[in-house]
Design a protein around this ligand. Sequence first.
Ligand code: SF4
Ligand code: SF4
Length: 342
Amino acid sequence: MPEYLVKESSLASFFQALTQGRRLLAPQGQGDNCHLEVSTGPVSLDYANTHLSPKAVFFPQTEKLLAFHKLADKPKPHQYQDLGDKAEPTVIFGIRPCDAKGLSISNKVFQNDRFTDPYWKGKYEKTLKIGLACLSPSPQCFCAAMGGSPFGEVGLDVLAYPKDKGLGLRTLSPAGEELIESTSAEKADLASEIQDLAKKAIEAQGPLDAYQAIDASKLMDLYQAKHWANTAEPCLGCGVCTFFCPTCHCFDLQDEANDLGGVRMRNWDTCMSQLFTAHGSGHNPRPSKVERVRQRFMHKLKYIPIKQDGVRGCTGCGRCVVMCPANIDIRSVAATMAQASA
Ligand code: SF4
Ligand code: SF4
């Protein structure tokens, strides 16, 4: 797909063009305090990554699915109203490649040959995704070790990168191409520059071997490995790692109702909670944090790769590394698993 250049003098009109007929979501704020918000431009390029991953755009932390109302004196006791698919045409600018890959992984969970989640699908199909490559990855980033790249293109319609106070762009889908053609961007040959910048950014992340050495075919042998008790010991079960993770997608359904009716809500849930797997009978197949912590890492590094052609369920965004109050670091756990599977 072709490349384009947006000069500094054209940035304002470029972002203005993105808003035509659509909502533009872009990072607002700086450094670590950066969030995706509705924007009319200018757009911040000075951030490591957004505090929350963009999964919340497609899979909100809490979402109303349907409403029900009691009908007096009617044969059917309730009337139902679908509240889903209120998606509006949207373009997101500034998704980091790790998070775009995370969206792609979750998309295969919410849309596959056996099941389609209409609430996810509506938003996903109406959203164009423009990534922002990482020229200088943060110390906590390890996307390359997880099979990605600071210039990764998976899950994106367009990949952008800062260039001479403007932007370099590569379009990656027909919809992305059409979008960029509608802006002030000018065609340019940036292929070799992108290749060089990507190589430097990957090298800046340091050695890759500790994580890549995990033998996925042997990970099931790790199920009863002794290290899980030590790995889980500091865990508080707070779920922070899962709420911040761009690929975690567990949810709970709750009816909030009174005698007249109510709404059915979908809320983020976490496998790190004891209640998550508690059965009505009282039985819990993951009764202690050892089983729950093992589930999290096995899911990321074994079960998702089995389902998704070897793609790992961790994209190396580093959020859980930074946010875990117990300093549990998936890089160390992955290295331990690599040793145990050697
Ligand atoms: S497991 Fe941690 S580092 Fe990996 S994608 Fe999730 S939050 Fe990011
Ligand atoms: S963030 Fe850390 S302490 Fe909290 S549930 Fe995850 S691993 Fe456990």
